[in-house]
Structures are given as C-alpha cells and as structure tokens.
Design a protein around this ligand. Sequence first.
Ligand code: FAD
Length: 468
Amino acid sequence: MEAAGSALGSAAHPLRVAVVGSGPSGFYAVEALLDSGRAVEVDLLERLPVPYGLVRFGVAPDHPKLKSVTATFDGIACDPRVRFFGNVGLGQEVDADRLAALYHAVIVATGADADRRLGIPGEDLPGVHAASDFVGWYNGKPECAGLQFDLSQEAVVVVGQGNVAIDVCRILAKPVDELRRTDITEHALDALAASRVREIHLVGRRGPVQAKWTPKELRELGVLPGWQPVIEPHALELDAASRSELDDPALAQAAKNLEILRGFAARPREALRPLFLHFQECPAALHGAGRLQEVVLEAQCLAGPPGAQVAVPTGRRRALSAGLLFRSVGYRSRALPGLPFDARQGTLPHRDGRVLAADGGVLPRWYVTGWIKRGPTGVIGTNRLDSVETVAALLQDLPALDAARPGRTALLATLEAAGHRVVSFEHWLAIEQAERERGQRLSKPAEKFVRVPDMLAAAHGGAAASPP
Ligand SMILES: Cc1cc2nc3c(=O)[nH]c(=O)nc-3n(C[C@H](O)[C@H](O)[C@H](O)COP(=O)(O)OP(=O)(O)OC[C@H]3O[C@@H](n4cnc5c(N)ncnc54)[C@H](O)[C@@H]3O)c2cc1C
C-alpha cells in the first residue's frame, strides 16, 4: 500500500534515496526499495562507468552461469523509478555532505576491494601479489589492467583457503583454449598462453575441515586437464575437535570437502603437473635476491574448542622454492571520505544497517549494506537478505527522514555544472553492446574495455579508442 496524503513515501512526497555502489548489494537495496510499497525515486551511483561490481570484476570468467544474475539487475535498473549514475564516485565527483543534503537517505554499498596482507618479511618483493589484483587483471578491472605477473616462473604459491584462492589456481592451470571461449581479457589470455607454470602450491593455515571453499569449486581442481591435485596422506588426519566439527549438521559442506580431498589423496600419482594442497602451514617469511625465490612455511597446530579452532604457529619451518605468490587471505573495505570507518574490521560501523558515528550514535540518513557492512563473506545471494534488512531499518525511520530533498535533478545539475560525464544505464547498454561486438570478432562472448576513457567513448557512441 502506498503511503497516504503527503507523508514521506506518498506519491505527492516520494522517498528519494541514493544507493552508492552497483554491485549485488546495491542492486538488491534498490530492489527492496522498489518492493517497499512506497513511492520512491532511487538513484544508483557507481564510481566506474560500468555496473555489477564483483559480478563483473570478481566472478571467474569460466563461471558464466553465475554472471546471469545481471539479467535480474538489468530489470531493476530499467524500472522507471530508478536512475543509474555511472562514473560518479562518492568522495570523488560528489561528497558525503552533498549527498545527505540532496536525498532523504543514502545507502552505502561500496563493497570491499582492498586486500589483507600477510604481515611477514619479504612481502613487498617483486613476485608477491594480492590475489585481488590478479583477479582484477584477468577480469579487466581498470586499476589492474596494466599490472604484470611473471608467469615465466615454474612454481607458484597461492595462500588462502577460500574460493578466490581456488579461482586463482584454476585460472593458472586451465588450458588456455578453454579460457578463450570466456570473456577473460585478451591481455590475460596472451600472458597465460605463454605461462611456464608447472607446479602450484595451495597453502592454508587451517585444516581440511576448516577450509572455507565450497565443494563445487574444490571438485573443479580435480578435473583440470594435465594437472593432478596432490595431498600428503597425513594432511587429512583429523584431531578430535575437527572430528566433532564434522558431526555438526551446519557444517555439512566440510564433510563433503573432506570426501573430495580424500578422493584426491587416493589417486595414484601420475606424470602430471602437481597442484599441491597443503594444510596447517602458513608463510612466515619470503626470501629472494631482487625478487621472490623462496617461501618459508611454518607448520601450524589447531587449538581451541570445536567450531572455534585457531591456527597456532609451531616453530617448525621448511622452505619452498617459488617465484610467484598470490595472497588470498581476505578482503577489506576502503574508508570513504566524510564517513566513519572501523579500520580494525575494515567495515563501516553500523547497527541493523544504520551507520554509526564515531560516538556510537546513529548517523542520520546513512545506511550500509553488503561487504562494506558485514565484511567479505557470503555469495551473491547473501547480499539480498542483507539489503532487505537495511531497507527495513530505513523504512522504520521514515518519520525521522522527512524533509525537503530535491534528489536527482539537483545531483544532475551539480554534476553538469562541473562538466562531468555521467553514464546512464542506456549508456552502459551501449558499452555492453560494443564489448559484445569486440568479442564476436574474437569468438568470445565479450571483450571488455579495460580503460575508463574507452568505456566512456563507447558509452557516448564514439569508436573505441583501443582495438580488441
Ligand atoms: C574474486 C571473487 C570471486 C567471487 N566469485 C563469486 C562466485 O563465483 N559466486 C558468488 O556467489 N559470489 C562470488 N563472490 C562474492 C560476491 O562477488 C560478493 O558477495 C558480492 O559481489 C558483494 O557485493 P557488494 O555489492 O557488497 O560489493 P561489490 O560487488 O564489490 O560492489 C561494490 C560496488 O561499489 C562500487 N564503488 C566502490 N567505491 C565506490 C564509491 N566511492 N562510489 C561509488 N561506487 C563505488 C564498486 O565499483 C562496485 O561496483 C566472489 C568474490 C570475489 C572477490
């Protein structure tokens, strides 16, 4: 039911909300507002000219089905109550104070694209990289497009026990001809085609039961042509606490993972390239003369009660020769200018989605959802529930949000006065069409633009500056 009279959220007095960030959580927040039964005008701001966040720049190119969620997002963006403001970043083209003055409420959905470091000696040696940079590179994220990864190295270490670490291993190992049929960037294909990687070590500090990857992704490591997963038999021996964790029905995934790992370990060793899975080991130092040459691994033991075991260093160390290391030990959000930030958690502090000021009180008009709210956990769909919770809090607060707010006309006027080129959703569809046409010429679904000026040229109907 639409609100009556001139209450906020009625046809005469629509609720004007800016959602900042067009990843899954941003789109699901817009959807929840559209479904609220109130009269709403929702503006979706995105710092890049292209939408979808990590669905475009994170999800692996050889998992195209997962990207089909963009069809749902397109339906949301095309609702007449919604307007997409691409190429408009909070803290860049518009600041926090201005947004709060233009809208009844602002929902921050800017994700978590900074990586966590290992915090060990040698981490800045050439050859040591954040997995997020490698992922951004093969997926065409503008900031990562110019990065270089030395794939002439034969041995690579990937640190982490989640699906991103598995994605990195799989992209390194997968036959390039299989990747050619995906929307992976051409610069990545060229580098991967010349790769000399012969040995991958997937290293994690916890045991096989605590690893966070999902069975589907883990299983894929067992079917990489030319590669064999290798696990030392003792690595799958479980302590009492890990055995009791397996009895927890909530951890059914861990039992499935263990079964898959046992299958890997039981395979007779063949003359294939090894993809070693190491458990309860953690890099303690990285050595090399001018670039990474050696990774020192320290054995870990598990301590604590079932469900809350932590890895504790044992002091037992061994060295592994490797010229390339990718760390995938978590993502963190970036602080946004003019807004509070919890630097320890790497999130925007909140209560039920309401942003909290430094004094712990609610910061009026500001809400948060997605990875910047809860940290980098969960799959695409998890963000839907999160955004529904945040929008429910916002709707509860409606009486306190009531005020005159001009919304999008004033935002557009501000941006136009500054001579800024806003990318509308129609512009994005033109970019997408141009990417598909570039892809067709290469027999791929799409060849992404990796430079913002090229995206803008395609958005505004110009010829792409750089050929595919
Ligand atoms: C490598 C990787 C692979 C993944 N693969 C899968 C998978 O296969 N399946 C699955 O279900 N989940 C996967 N996930 C998880 C999934 O991508 C996340 O759950 C989801 O993207 C988080 O949504 P979000 O909207 O919070 O953040 P994001 O998707 O990061 O979106 C945030 C958006 O905000 C924009 N933004 C940032 N700062 C600003 C600013 N200042 N102003 C305006 N806009 C801004 C960003 O450009 C981005 O578009 C993967 C994650 C990663 C990292």
